[in-house]
Design a protein around this ligand. Structure first.
Ligand code: COA
Ligand code: AMP
Length: 639
């Protein structure tokens, strides 16, 4: 894999820029910070007096919504499209210029303020891909409130867990979301989540969608449209660069989601720099990020980065296939003149399955289309090569995480591309010092696998901590290899310094580019009254990369038919975690394979399920159990 011939060899400034950063990181970021409007400049670029905790641009003050909107309105882009909403799901297209978006955001900010939301207050957003999602995020940022967006595919208990942790004063939601073939009623999920949570918001602002309006709770719920129409526009509130802009919850190894904190100043600097250097998007250009505002990719490259650059962003409410066909992305890119498309490899696997010869591409004029970026999961070489052939454009794999907020390893289009090696997202982006360490903390030799870590301090825009949980941040990420941030991913680096990200070192799985915790699913299954113990692990899936599979051992004396119980387990995970978990397969087994110390052998079972070679651990309690598991997996697959 590592010695493939490069497919493109353009002149690149990457080495030079990376060396510039290495020579003087603080000067590098101070220079990048010149692209942002500050009300007050920083006292120092980096506060490193409290390692392993670092703060960027302490003493500086700014407003990120001002930087994303007002400065472009004042700077000659008032009539340029800022946001293009394209929704095959509802048949609506709407373009908001920078002036229109700024004005709507200012009024929405006024509406939040009228409900008592002030700087530092939290606002939870549970919204589908509609303009109000972007407007609400920027409205929070305008008044210094901290938004926390929850992806619409999560069920009420997951939303409740986030409400309990973030303690929002207000929640913004919508009556419904639109999925192919069904309307997802959001409002009952919201009501249920509020019922379940111990913290109750004072008010909910509800966007009523014509497809299915919701009943409002008197005294608590207020219709978004009416509230915004009645509001006085709010001016931007200047905040400290180190103030939190948002909290974004992500899956860890337990059922409890981790609240990733994003600061304001460092994030603005990193995004403004990366959107141009990594993604090659400058002022006036069009970026099409086909993700969801509920994920980090949506926060950074649907909302903040393109707007900070004075570019146009596309908000797409649809799927890569079926809305109406496998040419949907090309139609959108062509109609709105996108220079870059950014999505997850799973979307391309879906397109390839429907349109293996890429016949749809030729039906759309893509003269302005420059490159495809893929992230969110490992990009398998087949998908990469297929996309390259289909598009005849560079296809750029990039590796990062909710925690970092922007790419750690990528080919940098704005700096000139390096040769592509399939299976590798290329090299560390300037700002990141990426290493591969063995379990004893020594750097591995080329091509030798290990833990992928980042040397501290990480660059601006990366998480300063977990929400009100410094200790959790330290224990989860910083203690394993002192002086380094533990990414949770494993892989290797080749002789040319290209990184290969191969797997996770924990129980996190990646389903259709969505990060999920198998631990959380096990907690749900274990709560079923008939289940004595269980294991959930990820198995390979041709479309989604991985899907979860659950095995359960029943309590003694339970005589009900297995199919009835597995059906209940599938329904329970959907009800408690949500459809996004894609938990569709469960089987009942007599016993689970364990080590003599009682550790369940999940990784061995995953290999068994995938038909991969595995070694039976010497510490296994009873090897015969693996044969029983193989039979159960085979039966589950057939069912
Ligand atoms: N609100 C409510 N439900 C949602 C939802 C939302 N915002 N998003 C997804 N769901 C539901 C889906 O309808 C599906 O429900 P089902 O079990 O009833 O079919 C379930 O959650 C699983 O969704 P998903 O894993 O996305 O599968 P899918 O079959 O609907 O679509 C793809 C598969 C590949 C087309 C889709 O995952 C995709 O476009 N992914 C690429 C882009 C992306 O979102 N990347 C994320 C990070 S960059
Ligand atoms: P999330 O925080 O939801 O963005 O998920 C981040 C995780 O997704 C990473 O830690 C990786 O496990 C995986 N991931 C994201 N991008 C890539 C990539 N380009 N290659 C391999 N894995 C990736």
């Amino acid at each position: 894999m590592t010695d493939q011939p490069p497919i493109a060899a353009a002149a690149s400034r990457y080495d030079e820029v990376y060396a510039d950063w290495q020579r003087d990181p603080l000067a590098f970021w101070a220079q990048a910070a010149e692209a942002i409007d500050w009300e007050r400049r920083w006292d120092r670029v980096l506060d490193d007096t409290r390692p392993p905790f670092y703060r960027w641009f302490p003493g500086a003050r700014l407003n990120i919504a001002h930087n994303a909107l007002d400065r472009h309105v004042d700077g000659g882009r008032a009539e340029q499209p800022a946001l293009i909403y394209d929704s095959p799901m509802s048949g609506v297209q709407r373009t908001l210029s920078y002036r229109e978006l700024r004005d709507e955001v200012a009024r929405a900010a006024g509406a939040l303020r009228a409900l008592g939301v002030e700087r530092g207050d939290r606002v939870v957003l549970y919204l589908p891909m509609i303009p109000e999602a972007v407007i609400a995020m920027l409205a929070c940022a305008r008044i210094g409130a901290i938004h926390s967006v929850v992806f619409g595919g999560f069920a009420a208990p997951e939303l409740a867990a986030r409400i309990d942790d973030a303690k929002p004063r207000v929640i913004v939601s919508a009556s419904c979301g639109l999925e192919p073939g069904r309307i997802v009623a959001y409002k009952p999920l919201l009501d249920r989540a509020i019922e379940l949570s111990s913290v109750k918001p004072e008010h909910c602002l509800i966007v009523q969608r014509p497809q299915q309006p919701a009943e409002l709770v008197a005294g608590r719920d207020i219709e978004w449209l009416a509230a915004v129409a009645a509001a006085e526009p709010a001016d931007p509130v200047m905040v400290e660069a180190t103030d939190p802009l948002y909290i974004l919850y992500t899956s860890g190894t337990t059922g409890r989601p981790k609240g990733i904190v994003r600061d304001t100043g460092g994030y603005a600097v990193a995004l403004r720099w990366s959107v141009e250097a990594v993604f090659g998007i400058g002022p006036g250009e069009v970026m099409f990020t086909a993700s969801d505002v509920g994920w980090v990719v949506g926060h950074s490259y649907i909302v903040y980065a393109p707007l900070l650059a004075g570019a146009t962003t596309i908000l797409y409410e649809g799927k890569p296939v079926g809305t109406p066909d496998a040419g949907a992305f090309w139609r959108v890119a062509s109609e709105h003149g996108a220079k870059v498309l950014f999505t997850a490899p799973t979307a391309f696997r879906a397109i390839k399955r429907e349109d293996p010869d890429a016949t749809h591409v030729a039906r759309h004029a893509l003269s302005r289309f420059g490159a495809l970026f893929l992230a969110g999961e490992r990009c398998d070489p087949d998908t990469l090569h297929w996309a390259e052939r289909a598009l005849g454009r560079p296809v750029i794999d990039n590796w990062w995480q909710t925690e970092t907020g922007w790419p750690i390893v990528s080919n940098c289009l704005g700096l000139g591309l390096l040769p592509v090696k399939a299976g590798s997202p290329t090299k560390a982006v300037p700002g990141y010092d990426v290493r591969v360490l063995d379990d004893d903390g020594r750097e591995t030799a080329p091509d030798q696998p290990g833990n992928i870590v980042i040397r501290l301090p990480m660059p601006p825009g990366t998480l300063p901590t977990l929400y009100h949980d410094d200790e959790g941040y330290r224990q989860g990420y910083l203690e394993r290899f002192p002086g380094h941030y533990l990414s949770g991913d494993a892989g290797f680096r080749d002789r040319d310094g290209y990184l290969y990200v191969m797997s996770r070192i924990d129980d996190v799985i990646n389903v259709a580019g969505h990060r999920l915790s198998t631990g959380a699913m096990e907690e749900v299954i274990a709560s079923h009254p008939d289940v004595a113990e269980c294991a959930v692990f990820g198995v390979a899936d041709a479309l989604k990369g991985q899907v979860p599979l659950g095995l359960a051992v029943l309590k003694a004396g339970v005589e009900r038919p297995a199919a009835e119980i597995t059906g209940e387990l599938v329904a329970l995970v959907r009800e408690r975690i949500g459809p996004v978990a894609s938990f569709k397969t469960a089987a009942i087994v007599k016993r689970l394979p364990k080590t003599r110390s009682g550790k369940i052998l999940r990784a061995t079972m995953a290999k068994l399920a995938d038909g991969e070679p595995y070694t039976v651990p010497a510490t296994i309690d009873d090897p015969v159990i693996l044969d029983e598991i193989a039979e159960a997996l085979e039966a589950a697959r057939k069912a």
